[in-house]
Write a protein that binds this ligand. Structure first.
Ligand SMILES: C[S@@+](CC[C@H](N)C(=O)[O-])C[C@H]1O[C@@H](n2cnc3c(N)ncnc32)[C@H](O)[C@@H]1O
Length: 289
């Protein structure tokens, strides 16, 4: 890895502009099947985006010296980029997202650019030493996963690292009958859009190897829902996501069209989660080019 100049930015100009459709009274990016709206209130403290903002790739020394870092699909608020910048101020950061959800504030050595990461990451070949990508499980078809990983390979320097961080959002463990319904609704709506939320996260290391990366390392973290350490916070995050998805879930369970019915249902599911010790698995996989 080569050390970089702080004024270095790695994005390239591109013709990408974001377009939207309105469904269920919310704004969705028209260029993707991503299940969540772009106005999803990520700025709320309950957002899952604020969870696991660390990284596992063993490159602390390089990050401290200063390297070129990509936050692929950085999301509203770009929480990971900004947390990393605080911790490793000598790096130069590029955050890419398909929607213009970037922080309004300008930061030195941080560049945000719109782009579709499953088509072309808006950066020249071999631009980055480290590429991080978290929570795209609700966005990609199998073909999109393949082309996204090819793109990540292209923009990484030789010897650079990629890290993927994904939750198995449709496959919680130790579910009771109520959470089974949530999982069923989740699976049905993702399948209808060919999004492989139930499979791809299990296969991250194989997808990475297929794209040319070497030595994939896997770390699994458990994310308890409404029990154990941080369980209340994790439940709050997931509940916020289920509430956003309610109009889509209601295609499977029409009674969930009624907000108060669904809220009562989630109150019961919350209790069920602590009784059954329900949890999600969160998979982190890093590999090298
Ligand atoms: C759940 S958020 C995760 C954000 C961020 N990585 C985090 O963990 O805080 C998913 C983000 O991916 C973006 N996204 C979805 N499909 C995309 C695509 N094809 N190209 C670029 N960004 C995409 C969405 O706009 C959204 O901001």
């Amino acid at each position: 890895m080569t050390q970089i100049n702080n004024s270095d930015t790695k994005s390239e100009s591109n013709n990408y502009t974001d377009t939207y459709t309105t469904r269920y009274g919310r704004k969705y990016n028209a260029a993707t099947n991503y299940l969540l709206p772009m106005d999803e209130g990520d700025r709320s403290s309950s957002s899952i985006r604020r969870v696991y903002r660390d990284h596992q790739t063993p490159i602390k020394e390089q990050l401290e010296k200063g390297i070129s870092v990509l936050d692929s699909a950085c999301g509203a608020g770009a929480h990971w980029t900004l947390t990393m910048k605080e911790q490793y101020p000598n790096c130069v950061y590029t955050g890419v997202d398909i929607s213009n959800v970037f922080p309004a504030e300008k930061y030195s050595s941080v560049n945000f650019v719109m782009g579709n990461i499953s088509k072309r990451i808006p950066a020249p070949d071999e631009s980055f030493d480290f590429a991080f990508q978290k929570l795209l499980g609700l966005a990609f078809t199998r073909e999109e996963w393949d082309s996204n990983l090819k793109e990540l390979y292209r923009v990484l320097k030789h010897g650079g690292y990629v890290e993927l961080s994904e939750i198995y959002a449709v496959s919680a463990c130790n579910t009771g009958p109520l959470m089974d319904q949530v999982m069923n609704a989740f699976k049905t709506i993702s399948k209808s859009k060919a999004i492989i939320v139930d499979k791809a996260p299990y296969e991250l290391e194989h997808l990475l190897t297929k794209a040319g990366f070497t030595n994939p390392m896997v770390i699994i973290r458990n994310m308890p829902l409404n029990h154990g350490e941080h369980g209340k916070l994790y439940w709050k995050c997931m509940r916020a996501a289920y509430e956003i998805l309610r109009p889509q879930f209601a295609q499977v369970y029409p009674e969930w069209n009624e907000v108060s019915f669904f809220e009562d249902f989630l109150n019961s599911a919350e209790e069920e989660c602590s009784d059954t010790k329900c949890y999600y698995e969160w998979k982190i996989c890093y590999a090298q080019k």
